[in-house]
Structure formats: C-alpha cells, structure tokens
Write a protein that binds this ligand. Sequence first.
Ligand code: SAM
Length: 270
Amino acid sequence: MSSHIHTSHETVASGFTETASDYEDAVRFNIEGAQRLVLAIPPGRYEDVLDVGCGTGWATQAVIDRFHPRRITGVDPAEGMLEQFQAKLGGIEGVEVTLARADVEHMPVPEASFDLVVCSMAYHWFPRKWAAARAMARALRPGGVIAILMSGRGGEQAYRDVIANIEPVNYRWLGAFDGNLRSIPEMEDYLVQAGLEPVDIWTETRVRHTSVEAYMERMRVVAGHMIGDQSAADVAEYVARIEAELRRRSGPRGWRYEFVKLYAVARRPA
Ligand SMILES: C[S@@+](CC[C@H](N)C(=O)[O-])C[C@H]1O[C@@H](n2cnc3c(N)ncnc32)[C@H](O)[C@@H]1O
C-alpha cells in the first residue's frame, strides 16, 4: 500500500482505524445505501473502478456483484479500514485489487483512467468539498461515471438537539453536522464546478426506530473521533450523559431519528 496521507485528515482516519473491526456490524444502513447507489449507475461496461473513502469495501462489493470489473482501486486514509478491505475483497478471482492509503485530494492514481468512481458515505468527511469533487473528476476517463452517496442536510436533528444540551457543549461535534451534511443544490454545484454533468441527484429521508444501545454503538463507530481529546474518564462521563438523555427522550419503540441520504450520479463529458 502506498502512503499519501494529509495530516488534516488524520483525526478522521485514526477514528475509523480504531473502529474498523466494529464497522461492519454497526452500519448495515450504509451497506444497503451502497447497494442502492450502485443500482442507480447507468448500465455499461466498467472495467476500471476507483472507490474513494473505500472503507471495508461495501461499495466495491456492490460494484463487483453488478458490473464484474477487472480492476478496483480503493483509496482511504484509514489503515484499519484498508486492512479489512484487503481481507474481504483482496482474494476475489478475476478482480485485481490495488489499495492506497491516501485522502481524496492526494490520491496516487492516474488521471483520466477510471470508467467508474464510487464514493459511498465518505464525502461528508471531506473538508474541501469542491476540491474533492475536482480530484475525483480528474480520475475519470471522458464518458466515465461517478456515483456518490453521503449524509444529507436535515438528518440527525434529534441527536443534535441532545448534544446541544449536554454541557460543556461540544461545539466541534455540533458544528460537524453543518460542516458535513449537504443538500441537492450544493451537490449539483460541486459536480458542475468539477466539469461533470449531473445525471441524477436525489435524497431519501428515513425515520428509524432503534435501541439506544444500537444507536450509541453506531455513533461510536462512525463519529467517535468527534468527542475530542479528553481523558478516558471525561469521555465516559460525557457518553453516559448522552445515553441517559437518549433514554429519557425515547418512546416505547425506542430512539426515533430521521436520517437523510443524498445520492448523486454524474458523468464526465465524453
Ligand atoms: C463511513 S465510512 C464508509 C466506507 C465505505 N465507503 C462504505 O460504504 O462502507 C467513511 C470512510 O471515509 C474515509 N475518509 C474519511 N476522510 C477521508 C478523506 N479525506 N479522503 C478519503 N477518505 C476519507 C474514512 O476513513 C472511512 O473509511
């Protein structure tokens, strides 16, 4: 694996490395999202595929199942995620897998060489959204397709309300929601500014009921790094207060929350 890591992404990457082995159990909604994203890609031959923020490989798995590509390149700054990817998908016959430890803006990949770029549930972590779109667009060959799934604006409001009322207020985590979540017009702008032609952009809003334990576990896995650098005891106390508040606000069917997923499919002009 080559190593091209940008220091500003190390917190996110080390957070995902720490939780990599728990990731698969906690995020089944991400898996189904990746499958729906891949189903929305126009039919065609996609021989060379780039998976950005590839994690443990759910989007790649869906691409392999539907399109049987010859070569897959997975890029992610989290070493732990790449290890899981390699263990899961490294040995599939007929598919050449290359992995690179890198962030989206510093991908060690050739320009204009991929038929398909997928990016599933990672774009919301990219700190420079226009630059990320440009970097992914550069990797596409003319006529190639990009498919992105990310968290959309409006989701997780119930959780934001909880953490906004737990003191000391974690402004970093609270702000991350506004910094990360995006709308359809914003996504359209990233794609168009990157020289791409949007084909289809849509959101889905889902109301979910889950146990407080399952919700806390999901938050630990995907956003544990947002808690900050306090001592273990302070983290434990903070997390316990969140959990108590979630329980207080839960109804007979558990914790209710809305989640918005934003999907986009675009093409590089031929
Ligand atoms: C929620 S996981 C999604 C993983 C996978 N695509 C999936 O669908 O299961 C988000 C991934 O984005 C990666 N990531 C975070 N910041 C990144 C960046 N700046 N560039 C590339 N990947 C990044 C994380 O390391 C993590 O593996």
